[in-house]
Design a protein around this ligand. Structure first.
Ligand code: SAH
Ligand code: SF4
Length: 366
């Protein structure tokens, strides 16, 4: 099949794309071809979810982490890092700012902790954010693997969306990225627990990882579909100088152009294949090119997570090298964001939760 025909099929019936077809789209390299791919994905985005950008103000609540993922800059084993945990009034202040900016929702993200004090702290933070915003702010959590009981507690406190990336759907690849005591099965099971607890569930993977093949990415797409995810948050793998994966594979992740294109193609193919989910245009894209997030929107993404963490903490929350915006404040981030969204002819969905249409449709069906 010629590429225009394949893309026509993808636009009209993207769910019917076969594995070889998905692989072919992910392997396009000619800039004219990838441009056509992005345009096809944009057509589906416009039709299925519209061209409004939903925002989630990102609050990086702390970098204490009990895990040791080989790729991550804030892993437990990184001794060259000043550890921090925001206090409740600081989180409340950042949420208040997101509310004043009319971002509509916030994400609390941080290293993984499961001690009782932390569980209480998060429940209290969620309740406080609800209270100070008069219930206006939607709350997404991205705090790793927890028990069903903890997920339920935080849901009852007022959180309604949760992001937990599987990182890699190929168990072998997952094993190469994590120490032996990090369990693929447990992480996968947590996605089921989150759904059981009532959340809109988001997951995703890193793209361009050491030893990752196109077939792995096709597996990732099938995993998204099979798990019936509401939201997809994925981005290019970027090396961190203190992470063991960087030392083990020093040549991987440094070709910024290639990582960016791989990330954009994965967004586009995900849009064609899943249709009505929310897809984040992530900060990792922006780390690779100043206009990376805009390119992500044009490739089919419809969610942006502007950082609202106080500037003084941003340098201590670097998951990878080259994190953008570590020395700009939230107002500066906001002005930049306004301009970048306008530059691609889109508008921001101010003051709304911006839930995934896929979630609403599934609930109507049930
Ligand atoms: N601790 C939580 C949330 C914080 S980490 C968790 O792990 O779920 C959030 C995401 O950052 C991870 O899911 C991972 O996909 C991403 N990340 C970490 N290190 C990265 C790197 N070196 N390059 C790209 N993304 C990375
Ligand atoms: Fe901790 Fe998340 Fe980083 Fe893994 S990816 S080390 S769980 S912060």
């Amino acid at each position: 099949m010629r590429l225009p025909e394949l893309l026509r099929k993808a636009v009209d019936n993207g769910r019917d794309l076969t594995r070889p077809e998905l692989r072919r789209l992910l392997e396009l390299t000619d800039p004219a071809d990838t441009q056509q791919l992005f345009e096809a994905a944009y057509e589906v985005k416009r039709r299925e979810v519209g061209c409004l950008v939903h925002l989630r103000g990102l609050i990086e609540i702390g970098n204490l982490c009990s895990k040791n993922c080989y790729y991550c800059g804030i892993r437990r084993g990184n001794r060259r890092l000043k550890r921090f945990q925001l206090a409740l009034p600081e989180i409340v202040e950042m949420a208040r700012e997101a509310d004043e900016f009319r971002y509509g929702s916030v994400v609390l993200q941080g290293g993984e902790r499961s001690d009782a004090a932390f569980v209480d702290f998060i429940a209290g933070a969620v309740e406080a954010i609800k209270r100070i915003s008069g219930g206006r702010l939607g709350i997404t959590l991205s705090l790793g693997e927890q028990s069903l009981e903890v997920y339920r507690r935080w849901f009852a406190a007022g959180a309604h969306r949760y992001l937990l990336r599987l990182e890699a759907s190929n168990p072998e690849l997952y094993r190469r990225l994590h120490p032996a005591d990090h369990s693929y099965d447990q992480r996968l099971a947590c996605l089921g627990l989150l759904r059981q607890a009532g959340y809109q569930v988001g997951s995703g993977v890193m793209i361009g990882l050491p030893t990752q093949t196109t077939d792995d990415l096709v597996d990732d797409l099938e995993f998204f579909r099979r798990t019936d995810l509401d939201m997809i948050g994925m981005g290019p793998y970027l090396p961190h100088d203190q992470a063991p994966l960087t030392a083990a594979y020093p040549e991987v992740g440094n070709d910024r152009g290639k990582q960016l294109q791989a990330g954009l193609k994965m967004i586009a193919v995900t849009r064609l294949y899943l249709r009505d989910v929310n897809i984040a245009s992530t900060t990792a894209l922006q780390a690779l090119a100043p206009n990376g997030r805009e390119l992500g929107l044009l490739a089919g993404g419809n969610v942006i997570m502007p950082n609202v963490t106080a500037t003084r903490y941003r340098a201590s929350y670097q998951l990878y090298n080259g994190k953008p915006g570590i020395d700009e404040n939230s107002s500066e981030s906001r002005e930049k964001l306004e301009k970048s969204v306008a530059s691609v002819g889109e508008a921001i969905d101010y003051g709304q939760w911006g839930d995934s249409p896929h979630f609403a449709r599934r609930n109507r069906r049930n």
